[in-house]
Design a protein around this ligand. Structure first.
Ligand SMILES: Cc1cc2nc3c(=O)[nH]c(=O)nc-3n(C[C@H](O)[C@H](O)[C@H](O)COP(=O)(O)O)c2cc1C
Length: 320
């Protein structure tokens, strides 16, 4: 088992906590705030829009941050990686695809390559391809994920790729989840949904209010929003969001949506523009129950880690 200090050393951070590269939601301000708090903030490079990426790196210019991409989309626009590397990120996170074509370029730029995986098989492949850090992402996560749950996946990945450092992600929304991740053998955590509920996130006020009152019970996974946005995701992944009128209308992997796409898209675009969460997606995960405030991301890092350390020191419900 590796330790938090190895991860911190490798990433040059004080706290073993990363904020997820949430596409379009984790901008430069959020990433910089997390890094200022002692963790590593990752800009959500997502579908690789060069203009957005440049603007977000500019907003994070006074901090050391990383960046994440959706691997299969980067395969379509590989030059966008060069734009990111020119901004000298501390780390590049790749998820949902084969990291092999990018390992040398990331290392040559002096950055750490983090691979986010959804299965033990993917973890072994990423390790063999040259990843420096593995993130084991469970299906409780907000956004896209695979099938396996965090509790069993994390220790299995730790065993499979030892001595590579493994970070846990998916369903971790408070200090209890962070403490549990360390008990599973992870040497750090990555949180998305929790930072969606922070002051610096690029989420609409309505979406953040929806998160504050939501339960993980009310999240669903499906393909309807990918279809509406025009993204063709590889098999094996689906998007977790809050349930709303749109997911209720098209619950079964969006079968039948094709014929109605033009009309539905117009409604969808309007909803996005107006922040109408009955139609537009609120992309959060099962940790929604645990989020009751919208603090600054910088404060959140120290607060969560202090609480987690206290829990680990006292081992509640077991010791005594
Ligand atoms: C709004 C949102 C957008 C996301 N976009 C991406 C993405 O573009 N690339 C990626 O690798 N992961 C993405 N994720 C997943 C995160 O990397 C991470 O695995 C997840 O947030 C962890 O689970 P949690 O949300 O329960 O903390 C996204 C998550 C959220 C909530």
């Amino acid at each position: 088992m590796t330790t938090a200090s190895l991860l911190c050393e490798r990433l040059g951070i004080a706290q073993p906590l990363l904020s997820a590269p949430m596409a379009g939601v984790a901008g430069g301000r959020l990433a910089a705030a997390v890094s200022r708090g002692g963790g590593l903030g990752l800009i959500g490079g997502g579908y690789a829009d060069p203009q957005w990426l440049r603007a977000q790196f500019a907003l994070a210019a006074d901090a050391t941050v990383g960046v994440g991409f959706i691997n299969w989309r980067l395969d379509e626009l590989p030059h966008v990686l060069d734009i990111a590397l020119a901004a000298r990120p501390r780390a590049v996170l790749l998820s949902f695809g084969d990291i092999a074509p990018y390992v040398d370029a990331v290392h040559d730029a002096g950055a750490i390559l983090i691979a986010q995986v959804q299965s033990v098989r993917q973890a072994r492949a990423a390790c063999a391809a040259g990843a420096d850090v593995i993130i084991a992402q469970g299906a409780e996560a907000g956004g896209h994920a695979g099938l396996r749950g965090t509790l069993a996946l994390v220790p299995a990945v730790v065993d499979a790729v030892a001595p590579l450092p493994v970070v846990a992600a998916g369903g971790i929304g408070d200090a209890r989840g962070i403490a549990a991740a360390f008990m599973l053998g992870a040497c750090g955590v990555m949180l998305g949904t929790r930072f969606y509920g922070s002051r610096e996130a690029l989420a609409t006020p309505a979406a953040q209010q929806a998160l504050l009152t939501a339960s993980g019970d009310e999240t669903v996974r499906g393909a309807v929003f990918d279809r509406l946005r025009g993204w063709t995701w590889p098999a094996g992944y689906s998007l977790r969001t809050l349930a709303n009128d749109m997911t209720a209308r098209w619950p079964d992997q969006a079968t039948g949506l094709s014929a109605e796409l033009p009309a539905q898209r117009a409604d969808f675009e309007r909803a996005l523009g107006q922040g109408d969460t009955r139609i537009a997606p609120v992309i959060v995960g099962e940790a929604a129950d645990l989020i009751h405030d919208l603090p600054s991301a910088q404060d959140l890092v120290g607060r969560l880690m202090a609480e987690a350390r206290e829990l680990l020191a006292s081992a509640p419900n077991v010791a005594g």
